[in-house]
Design a protein around this ligand. Structure first.
Ligand code: ADP
Length: 263
């Protein structure tokens, strides 16, 4: 029997809301057994960029990372946000250790090839080395990853946090019974974004395609779900999407292969 492992990704809106962050980290710190956290941090990076007179440049919701922007995101994600989360977890008696993908050589990425758009220093994950994470988990530590990777040749890269969470879950699914939680500010994937009672309890690929085509599932939820289904397909035991409360109560969205027999 594989040991259970909880992988928990927290979104940008939670990071910016002190109350939601404290509640979410409280929930995370109470999860039994081995656990790992991944965080984004986009909104704070935009604010810091502007303070430094570097105007954020986005294309279809994705950040264009030139060298000045890379310095900002490394400072904000791997510094400010990562250490803030670690310190809050320590205050909750959760022995967290903050990492980027370069630490322990955990996440190797490759600079995205330039096609129609040059995304700059954005990394696509190539390889996850699980040995260092395994060592930390077995020592009782909770690794906290920010969305920074490296290319193994001294170059840091900016990588989507949802992708990092999926890649870590996939790589660790060989050793652990991995459950992946995408925690954001809404109670789940919804049929009506303004109605908290419209959470889709079980989402399969067919329903996902239909809702996406109707524009019911849109924006950041599309890459999130693409990552989430990829993780499920690659052997991650379960994938859940919701806020702290819905995840705790088992009322968040769970991904399944078919909604015909959800349990
Ligand atoms: P994160 O905060 O985890 O980085 P994103 O901002 O990338 O997440 O994606 C989550 C966003 O997706 C939500 O804030 C919401 O506005 C949007 N979204 C689009 N369609 C839906 C939907 N059907 N249900 C829930 N959220 C949705």
């Amino acid at each position: 029997m594989k040991e259970p492992l909880h992988l928990f990704k927290i979104g940008g809106a939670i990071l910016e809301d002190p109350e939601a962050l404290e509640e979410t980290l409280g929930f995370f710190s109470n999860l039994p057994g081995r656990k790992l956290l991944v965080h984004g941090g986009g909104r704070r990076a935009n604010q810091m960029s502007r303070q430094l007179s570097i105007e954020p440049n986005m294309h279809e919701g994705r950040r264009i990372t030139d060298s000045a922007t890379l310095e900002v995101v490394v400072m904000v994600y791997a510094g400010l946000e990562n250490k803030k989360v670690v310190a809050l977890l320590q205050a909750l008696n959760c022995n967290a250790i903050g990492l980027s993908g370069a630490d322990g050589n955990v996440i190797l990425a490759e600079k995205r090839p330039v096609k129609a758009i040059d995304y700059g220093y954005v990394g696509d994950v190539k390889k996850v080395n699980t040995q260092s994470i395994h060592t930390l988990l077995e020592a009782g530590l909770a690794p906290v990853f920010c969305a920074i990777t490296h290319n193994g040749q001294g170059q840091l890269l900016n990588t989507n946090a949802d992708t990092i969470a999926a890649e870590l879950a996939i790589a660790l699914a060989g050793q652990y019974q991995a459950s992946l939680y995408y925690c954001f500010e809404k109670p789940g994937v919804m049929t009506d974004i303004d109605d908290v009672h419209s959470v889709i309890r079980y989402l399969d690929p067919e329903l996902y395609t239909a809702y996406r085509e109707q524009g019911i599932i849109a924006e950041g939820m599309i890459p999130k779900l693409d990552n989430a289904f990829r993780a499920l397909k690659a052997g991650v035991a379960s994938v859940h999407i919701g806020d702290r409360k819905s995840l705790a109560l088992g009322r968040a969205t769970q991904l399944v292969w078919t909604t015909e027999f959800p349990e």
